[in-house]
Each structure stands twice: as C-alpha cells, then as structure tokens.
Design a protein around this ligand. Structure first.
Ligand code: ADP
Length: 726
C-alpha cells in the first residue's frame, strides 16, 4: 500500500510538472499567468508531500511539510485571483493584498513551526506507522488556515458557477469545470480532518489531480488564452503588414501580411538587406510588383530608452488605382467640358450670325424714313431680336459658369458712369410701364473703383429687369451705398426694391437655383429662363460677395447684394446725377459721322457684310469688304485702311491667322493698323484671347451700335465729325 501511494504521489508530481509546461507553452495571458503560478504552487505542494511520504527522519518530514504548506497557501491565493479575473469580478486591491498578506503570514508561521507551538502544539515523527508521517496536535491557527483554504476554494466555485449561470457559454462552462475540480481537494481536506486515512494526507494528490483536470479543460475548451489569442489574431489578420525590430535591427516579430508583402523578410540571407531597405524608405511608397506599399517606421521606447522600431506596411494599391481612375475621369470630364465649350462657341456663332442680321438690319431700317406702321413692325422685330439675344446670352453665361470658365475682367471705372448707364438703359422702360423709378445713391461712395463694371451692370440690369417684369404698379427703387472699407477695399452694397407681385415664402429658398421659376401659373405671361438670378449669384460670389432676397407675397421684393471692390479714387461721388457725364454718355449713344474714314470689313458671310456696311453707312462711312482672309491681305497691300473689322471663324484662313499674316507683312503700318475682332464668338474670355493674338479690340455680333461707335471713336482719331447736338 505504502509503495503504491509513493508511486501515485510521484506520478502526481510529474503530472503537475506537465501542467506547468503546458501552460507555459500556451503563451499565458494575464489570467493564465495566475493559473501558471497556481500550477507551480501545486508542483511545489506535490513535491513537498512526496518528500514527506518518503521521509525517514523528523527533520526531513518537517521540511517537506513546510514545502507542502507553502504550495497550498499559494495555490488557493492564485486560484482565487485567476477565477475572479476570468469571471470579470476582480477583487478590490485592498482585498487582494489582504489575501496575499494572510497567505504570507501563515506560510511564515509554518516555516518556523518547529520553533513555536502556535501551529502544531506538539508533534513527533511516527516512523513505525504503515505510512510514516508526522503526528501532531493542531492549534486553532492550523484550523484557521485550513478554514481559509476551504473558504477560498468554495468561493471560487461559487463565483464561477454564478458566471456560468449568467453567460451559459463554452468559455464560462470551462471556467466552472476548472473550479469544480477544486471540490476534490476541499473534500480531501474535510476527510483528512476526520483522520480516516490513517496518516495518509489525500490533499496533495487531489491537488495534482485537480491541476491535471484543469489542463485537460484548457486544452479541450481552449478558453483562457483568448486575450493573447485576440492580440495574435489582430496582428496576423490585419490587412496592414507589420513587423518589429530591435535597436540592432534584428527582426523580433512579423505578421503574415508583412511576410506576404516582403517574403525576403523570412529568408535569413536577405532579411537584413530588406529591413535596411524598408527603413530607408520611411513615409515613402514603394512599388513591389503590381503593389504600391507605403512604409511607416516608428520607434518605441521603454522608460525613454529606445528599444526598437515598429514598421507598418500599408497596401495603397487600391487607393492608387482609384486615384488614377479619378484622374482619368477628371481628364475625361475636362475633355467633355472642353468639347462643350467648343460646342458653345460654335452654337453661339451659329445663332449670333442670323441674330446679327435680324438686329442689324432692323437697326439700319429704323434709321431710314419709314411709314409709321412699318417702323412699328420693325421695332417689334428688333425688340424680339434683343430679347432672344438676352436669352442666348443668359444660356451662354450660365454654361460658362457651369464649365468654370466665367472670368472677371476687372478695370478702373467711374461709379457715376456705371449708374448713368444703368439708369439710361432702364429709366425709359419703367416710364413706359408707368412705374416710378427711384434712384437712391449714397453720396459718400468713392468716385472710382476697380472691378468688373460690365458684370456689375449685368447684375443690376438683371435685377431691375426682374423688378420691371414682376411689378405692374407702384415703384422700383435702386439703392447703392458703401459699407465697410479696409486695406483699400470697399464692400459695395446695392439693392433693388419693387412693389410688385412678391414671392411666396416657400419659393424663396430655391430662387437662386438654376432654371427655378416660381408661381408659373400667375407669371406664365412673363418671359424668362430661370437662369438670371443663378447667374447673378455666381457673379456676385466671384466678386467675393453675396446676394439675398426679402419678399412679401403680393407686396413686393428687395434683392440686395454686396461685392468687394478696390478703391481707386476715394473722393466721394456726391450728388451722382449732378455730375456731368455727358461726355461718357455720348461715347455710347451719340452718333457721329466719319466720311473720310477708310474701313475694311472682313467676313465670309455676305449678310454680315451687308449689316456691317449698312450700320457704318449711317455714320457716313463707306466701308470696303473682303470675303476671305486672303482677299483681306490683298486689299490691305493695295490701300491703307484706318481700321479693319475682322471676323473670327472663316474657311481657309480664319481671322486670327489673317491677322498674324498681316502683322508679318513688311512695314510699320501693318504692325500698327487697328484690327478689331468682329465676331459672334462670345464665350471663353474671347476678348482676352483676341487681344493676345494681336487684335486691338473686340466688338461682338450681333453688333451693338453703341459698342461699334465707341470702338470707331477710339481708333478713328481726327476723322470723326461730331453731330451738332453733341
Ligand atoms: P427669369 O426671370 O429669367 O425667369 P430669374 O432667375 O431672374 O429667371 O428669376 C427666377 C424667378 O424668380 C422668376 O421666374 C420669378 O418667379 C422670381 N422673381 C425674380 N425676381 C422677382 C421679383 N422682383 N418679383 C417677383 N418674383 C421675382
């Protein structure tokens, strides 16, 4: 029997050693580390009892007992820490330290039990017994210790049972099984106290069996290594490559993705070069086969001491392909936009040519003596033509804005001239409709500003036109005042108020959207495209400003905007309508004659030549014509003209090529003669393009008489005879 027990205990010791090895091989996570410590304690406990069993003297038996108790106290302490950690009911720090101190106290007591009577009151070694052992008289301290061990064991069983009841999953079941194994040593302790084993202590053997059971559970249920496993899984499953090197650039760890990206990291002979290479390309993107890999190296420290580097490898291939595709798409879109611009230029040309004929011819006719009914009809034709032209201009403007081609042409301008132009263009129309036109201009506005006068005029005319369209009685008020000025720049405010139909509140928010026309039932007789306000908004925004509307249905509306303008002359305009701008006004409106002016008109379309000639004839200018670039060059070589009006799009040699050829001809005259583009191409900053190509000026078709006169006056020098009333 004795021999059997010795062998059994030996086997148990070997088993508990195996438990320790197995837990170590599992790469213990934090809770497992408590389990590992419990396993080691169990091993110590087992060895202690093995030596107690085989002891022949009292000294060795007492020494063995000390080992046993050291192991036992540690097992119960580490096991309760393990259980509470696993079951997420970690004990408060003071309780944990209290348990550890309690265990240390008892272990200390046992370590010197041969020196005092407080653990064993007395003892002796019974070498004659069937199982030689220490026979002792126990003190209350001994029972307290056993009680402490039993309480902790029961407690951990209760905690893990509660945890299992709450979660009822595989993991919590495993924890419960581990703790249930502790029923064995608890029972063994109780039975040992009854003395029924005749000197044999079953507790250590039960401890070993419990430990063995635990390992079985760990392997079968694989439950306690989730933390470490989670970390490993994260590192190996992330799509980024990741490896760690120490300060000497020795590889410590690499994940599967890094291995896949750079297989040379796994080949011993190539590894060092690969590491050096990757570190040298920190924050760069490397091309590896078809892959684009971005490298990020960051150092890591332990208490401010550099310990090594982590290297992240980001696969940017998809992003690269996506960006490339985006660039391609952008290029395609730009290409489409360019095609759209070309189409617009062509369309503009095509529409403007017949429009030129309609408006130009009616202009010529109106300058003749006509019977009243014919004059009336001609005026109607001209008005319809102007309104069609307005729509075409809106569409072109809008397309320019849409394709991002709207350009401002800022220049120095006089505020009074701008105001006079607007008022003279609109005043009579308000009068015709029987509306009061109030112009309220603050006298402190600087007299000269720098900005795109044409666009500002366009915005104001647009708003005034709308006011005119939607007001049947009452007034329209144009207001302008200066706001904040800073760094030589001024915030110029303007508003157009009317007592017209107003806009319903629900329609106000979309009013500046393209194609938005509201209250169509009521306004169905009012013409428009729904683009005007959207264009105004874009223009105002291009001038670093904003536009707003305030409206009361059936009472009226106020459209107001602010734009940033540079101050050129801060002197205030004062009473704007008292400023004598007759001269400026005349520029556009006042006709003159220039019978001695030699003008050549180049255009491949006969009707255009006819219109231009007809209009010039009203100024008593007898113009020569050329129907092609070649003919133009021949005519210029024979006769010195004062100015040449040149069409742009012509077959064979277009206007630009003809002008270039003209400028290349020998003689100063050919370099200086004013060439004015007379073209229907009104898109894409055409004016700037023509000036760049050697033209002096630009008059758009359909020809506006005012613009034409203006231009002739500029280049005709002393050949102008002003009309008497000028
Ligand atoms: P359009 O006048 O060519 O239709 P707009 O963009 O200029 O296009 O105006 C859009 C819509 O806003 C108009 O159709 C009209 O319903 C409304 N609107 C604009 N100005 C006024 C105004 N002064 N009074 C009433 N409604 C207006």
């Amino acid at each position: 029997m004795y021999d059997f027990l010795v062998v059994l205990q030996g086997v148990c010791v070997l088993l508990s050693f195996a438990v320790v090895v197995m837990i170590v091989r599992e790469k213990p996570s934090r809770p497992q580390q408590y389990l590992l410590l419990a396993g080691i304690s169990s091993f110590i406990n087992g060895i202690g009892y093995f030596f107690e069993l085989t002891a022949t003297t009292e000294e060795t038996a007492i020494l063995a007992i000390k080992f046993e108790y050291l192991g036992l106290a540690s097992i119960v302490t580490f096991m309760i820490l393990f259980t509470t950690k696993c079951c997420n009911c970690e004990l408060p720090k003071p309780v944990r330290y209290g348990l550890i101190l309690f265990a240390i106290f008892f272990v200390s007591l046992v370590m010197v039990l041969d020196k005092h009577p407080y653990f064993y009151k007395s003892y002796y070694f019974d070498a004659q017994a069937e199982i030689p052992h220490i026979v002792s008289v126990k003190t209350p301290a001994y029972f307290l210790f056993i009680f402490y061990c039993c309480i902790l064991m029961v407690l951990q069983i209760v905690i893990s049972a509660g945890y299992y009841m709450k979660h009822k999953n595989k993991s919590s079941f495993g924890i419960l099984l581990v703790n249930v194994s502790y029923i064995m040593p608890v029972c063994a302790v109780s039975l040992g106290l009854t003395g029924c084993f005749n000197g044999f202590d079953p507790v250590p053997a039960c401890q070993q069996l419990a430990a063995f059971w635990m390992v079985h559970v760990i392997i079968v249920y694989r439950i306690f290594d989730s933390e470490q496993m989670a970390k490993d899984t994260i590192l190996s499953s992330i799509t980024e490559g990741f490896f760690v090197i120490d300060v000497n650039k020795v590889l410590l760890f690499l994940n599967e993705t890094a291995e896949r990206m750079f297989p040379e990291l796994c080949r011993k002979e190539q590894r060092q070069d690969a590491i050096e290479d990757l570190i040298a390309h920190n924050k760069e993107t490397l091309t590896v086969g078809k892959q684009k890999i971005e490298v990020h190296v960051s150092p890591f420290y332990d208490h401010r001491v550099l310990k090594g580097y982590t290297v992240w490898l980001f696969d940017k291939t998809d992003e690269y392909i996506y960006t490339k595709r985006l660039i391609e798409l952008k290029e395609q879109a730009e290409q489409a936009n360019r095609a759209k611009s070309v189409f617009l230029a062509n369309m503009s040309h095509e529409i403007r040519t017949p429009m030129n004929a309609i408006i130009g011819m009616s202009e010529i006719m109106l300058r003749d003596d006509l019977p009243e009914n014919v004059r009336e009809s001609t005026m109607n034709i001209q008005r319809a033509g102007q309104s069609l032209l307005h729509i075409i201009n809106d569409i072109l403007d809008f397309s320019k804005i849409e394709t991002g081609k709207m350009e401002l042409s800022p220049m120095r301008y006089k505020v009074v001239v701008l105001l006079h132009n607007i008022v003279s263009l609109m005043g009579s129309r308000f009068k015709e409709k029987g509306l009061e036109f109030i112009v309220d201009i603050a006298p402190d506005i600087p007299s000269e500003l720098y900005g795109d006068e044409q666009r500002i005029q366009q915005i104001m005319i647009n708003l005034l036109n709308n006011a005119l369209k939607f007001t049947d009685k009452g007034f329209v008020k144009l207001k302008m005042w200066s706001g904040e000025s800073r760094d030589g720049k001024l915030l110029l405010h303007a508003s157009v108020e009317d007592s017209g139909s107003g806009i319903k509140e629900e329609n106000l928010s979309g009013i500046f959207n393209s194609y938005e026309r509201v209250d169509l039932v009521k306004n169905r007789t009012v013409e428009g495209t729904g683009l005007g306000l959207s264009i105004c908004k874009s223009m105002v925004e291009a001038m670093e400003g904003s536009i707003q509307v305030e409206s009361h249905y059936q009472k009226g509306s106020i459209f107001s905007f602010q734009i940033v303008q540079r101050i050129e002359n801060p002197e205030p305009i004062g009473e704007w309508n008292k400023v004598n701008i007759k001269k400026e006004n005349k520029k556009i409106r006042t006709p003159f004659t220039a019978p001695d002016l030699k003008v050549l008109i180049v255009d491949d379309t006969k009707i255009n030549l006819k219109v231009a000639c007809g209009l010039l004839k009203t100024l008593q200018i007898k113009a020569d014509t050329a129907e092609s670039g070649r003919e133009c060059l021949e005519k210029v070589a024979q006769k010195e003209y004062d100015m040449i009006f040149m069409d742009h799009m012509m077959p064979e040699m277009d206007g630009i090529e003809t002008t270039r050829a003209l400028r290349d001809m020998d003689g100063d005259y050919f370099k200086q003669v004013p060439v004015i583009a007379l073209t229907a191409n009104a898109v894409n900053g055409a004016k700037t393009m023509f000036l760049r190509e050697g033209f002096q000026d630009f008059v758009s078709k359909p020809i506006d008489m005012g613009q034409l006169c203006n231009c002739i006056k500029k280049y005709a020098k002393n050949k102008i005879i002003l009309s008497e009333n000028d």
